[in-house]
Ligand binder design. Structure first.
Ligand code: MGD
Ligand code: MGD
Ligand code: MO
Length: 678
């Protein structure tokens, strides 16, 4: 028997981006483990990714190209050869492009976070073609826009330094479920006496293990941040020197914050005023104080403003002076990725194709041609994403994908909800089968992923599929012939030692320890911008849908619904892995006993959840994890593996956030009833 250990990286959309070691016996991957030497992975993987071989060798893996024979969405296909599939796809795309290439739209997100299998050859292909460009907003763009406005980029603390903090606010994040390796670091701090406070409408498993849980109403974080500022001002807990030297716009933001005494904040957030005051006192006095802010709060109308307000806090107290103080939302901006080399926007030449927002794909697929919109969407090429399950307002998304006149190509591992609507379904390799390099949005190491096994069946890497398509389209620029390793080398350019990366598995970027101790934010003038000229100081922006902001709607749909990820799924990935699905059980809606009782809903009852946009069937979990008035529809199930072919995105809307054009998944009013009581 031959046995080798291959250095790899977890490809999934998660801040942890773990370094992995894959054990291969006689050409078969038998085990994946966390790399014990990688500082943030520390030898541990989450339950999901530890099952990566089960996912890779799943008996439903797509192994051959398939062509649709049944009606759209029926999932009926026949096997075809690669040449037949690619010749036909190229011919169809050429015919559309001859009329208007912008009628072709790429649709992709972070099914793999790899820089090679993500937007490298694929982006080159669509740039050369002149296809519509995709605004990749579905996850993080509200928060990213807020950080860009305030700090200049998506940058923050090094995650390791939270171990030395004395106060950690875990704000809008269920770290145990979605950022496990940060949680280990927070535990270290806790053992050394740090206080942990979780700010989350849901009493998550993370909230259970913090010293304090503040269960505010969804979409009210901006008000809470203003309330904290108010307390910092009236108690003079400010670092005047830091504000003076390293920020702009405090006078304007200060005037705004003075309008937010604790009582006003408490009413909006649905908590006690003493809680606001106590939180402010802790934040000012337990130093160094660090904030792990995450995406929970930015999936509402005012998500951008909320993140701007929270990002101002460590500038006001000077928390940045210590490496264990400050804030981390995303570390993406620390990675010296050469996206122009990867994506080659120069291939567009003088063209500036229209931009389609991925978060409104449902509505956009249903739009006719118009001067404002441009051509009707005629073709969609989907890779690294499962929009039929994850995009908001499923009814429109499904109606769009079901259009008989839409030509849809899907590159996938499995027959997902989206794959069912493909005209051609092309089998892609998994992380064990292809080469890649990675950055991370939760730490500051670059990682390599060496292929551990040969591709299964006829699966090909995304890059190779686009390479072969490019050849058929007659795209002959040398960049279409770059190998995956060559692209990997271009990803970080001269900023890292690529050979060391390939040898060691990961390298740390050279960065300052306490990045903003002396200011030096990556803004135009090096100062944090608290009230930039174009936007002014941020204010609280109420949700589109809440009892306070939309009372007429709330009379019909009185419950606010959030839909955070289930712990054993990764968005909609892993839902088809049986051992993980059996842990999650079935699609659940958590609701508080006070909301269940008057509706006659018992724990375990089948319920329907609905609003004007749609209807979702699931099972009630009556639990105090939900706060009164807020229900929790844990995401994101495959529709066809859920009940009645629905998932939680039946209910969510395509309205966008105040900054970043992002979706508002957690800004959603619903009503719930037991299934047998119409
Ligand atoms: N196991 C697992 N891990 C994942 C994912 C997954 O699906 N499963 N998804 C990955 C992806 S794509 C991402 S973007 C990250 C997301 O990472 P996070 O943003 O940390 O996501 P969650 O852990 O869902 O944390 C969001 C928390 O915010 C809470 N929340 C909802 N609305 C509000 C609000 O208005 N205010 C506040 N303060 N809190 C609110 C929710 O109850 C939830 O507990 O996680 C990644 N990691
Ligand atoms: N209601 C609700 N909806 C949500 C969210 C929520 O919290 N609530 N979260 C949102 C967030 S944060 C995000 S990031 C999005 C995520 O949405 P998506 O980015 O669509 O993520 P996944 O659902 O994980 O689907 C990724 C798909 O990519 C495929 N894939 C993986 N690797 C490869 C590869 O190498 N090649 C190819 N061709 N395919 C590959 C996987 O098999 C999987 O089917 O969902 C959003 N939707
Ligand atoms: Mo995400």
């Amino acid at each position: 028997m031959t046995r080798t250990i291959v250095k790899a990286a977890c490809p999934h959309d998660c801040p942890d981006t773990c370094a992995m070691r894959v054990t291969v016996e006689d050409g078969r991957a038998v085990k994946v483990q966390g790399d014990p030497d990688h500082p943030t992975t520390q030898g541990a993987l989450c339950t999901k990714v530890a099952r990566y071989p089960e996912r890779t060798y799943h008996d439903e893996r797509l192994l051959h190209p398939l062509k649709r024979i049944g009606a759209k969405g029926s999932g009926r296909f026949v096997r075809v050869g690669w040449d037949e599939a690619l010749d036909d796809i190229a011919a169809r795309l050429r015919a559309i492009a001859a009329r208007d290439a912008e009628a072709i739209v790429p649709y992709s997100y972070a099914g793999t976070m790899g820089l090679v299998q993500g937007e490298s050859l694929a982006a080159r292909f669509f740039h050369k073609l002149g296809a519509s460009r995709l605004d990749r907003t579905i996850c993080a763009s509200a928060g990213a826009a807020a950080l860009r406005v305030t700090y200049g980029k998506s940058v923050g603390m090094h995650v390791q330094h939270f171990a030395e903090s004395k106060l950690i606010l875990i704000w809008g994040s269920n770290s145990i479920a979605s950022n496990l390796h940060f949680w280990s670091i927070a535990q270290q701090a806790k053992r050394q006496g740090a206080k942990l406070i979780c700010i989350d409408p849901r009493r998550t498993e993370t909230a259970d293990k913090c010293h304090q849980h503040i269960a505010l109403l969804p979409g009210t974080d901006g008000a809470l941040a203003l309330g904290l500022m108010h307390e910092l001002i009236v108690n003079d807990w400010l670092d005047h020197d830091y504000i003076e030297r390293h920020t702009d716009g405090w006078a304007e933001l200060r005037a705004r914050a003075l309008q937010w005494p604790s009582e006003r904040v408490a009413k909006i957030c649905g908590i006690e005023a003493d809680i606001v005051r106590g939180l402010a006192r802790d934040y000012a006095t337990l130093t160094p104080a660090a904030i792990r802010v995450n995406y929970g709060m930015q999936r509402v109308r005012g998500g951008g403003s909320a993140v701007r307000l929270i990002a101002a806090l460590p500038c006001l107290t000077g928390a940045w002076r210590d490496r264990a103080g400050g804030l981390l939302l995303s570390a993406s901006g620390w990675h010296p990725v050469d996206s122009a080399a990867l994506e080659r926007p120069d291939l567009l030449g003088a063209r500036t194709p229209r931009i389609i927002n991925m978060s409104t794909i449902g509505a956009d697929l249903l739009r006719e041609a118009s001067p404002a919109f441009g051509p009707k969407i005629e073709a969609l090429i989907v890779y690294n994403s499962n929009p039929v399950a994850v995009a908001p307002q499923s009814r429109e998304v499904v109606a769009g994908f079901a259009r008989e006149d839409l030509f849809t190509v899907v590159l996938e591992h499995f027959r997902t909800d989206t794959a069912d609507y493909a005209d051609y379904l092309l089998p892609a390799t998994t992380q064990l089968e292809h080469f890649d390099v990675h950055k991370s949005y939760g730490h500051t190491y670059a990682l390599v992923n060496h292929p551990a096994i040969a591709p299964l069946g006829e699966a090909l890497p995304n890059t190779e599929i686009f390479r072969r398509l490019a050849a058929r389209m007659g795209f002959d620029e040398p960049c279409f012939a770059d190998s995956d390793e060559a692209i990997g080398r271009q990803a970080f350019g001269a900023a890292i030692d690529f050979d060391a990366l390939c040898r060691d598995g990961w390298v740390r970027h050279a960065l300052p320890d306490a990045p903003f101790a002396l200011g030096g934010f990556p803004t135009a003038n090096g100062r944090a911008q608290l009230a930039p000229a174009d936007l002014g100081a941020a204010d609280f922006v109420a949700p589109y849908e809440s009892r306070a902001s939309a009372p007429a709607l709330a009379a019909r749909y009185p419950l606010a619904m959030i839909s955070p990820p289930a712990r054993h799924f990764l968005n909609s990935t892993f839902v088809n892995v049986r051992s993980l699905r059996s842990i999650e059980g079935e699609p659940l809606l958590e609701l508080h006993p006070d909301d269940a009782r008057p509706r006659g809903i018992a724990d375990g009852a089948r319920v329907r959840v609905w609003n004007d946009r749609g209807r979702y069937a699931c099972t009630a979990r009556v639990s105090e994890r939900a706060r009164p008035g807020v229900v929790v529809g844990l995401g994101v199930w495959w529709r066809k593996l859920g009940l009645e072919g629905t998932n939680v995105n039946e209910l969510t809307s395509q309205r966008l956030t105040d900054l970043g054009r992002a979706p508002t998944f957690y800004d959603c009013l619903v009503e719930v009833a037991a299934e047998n009581t119409e």
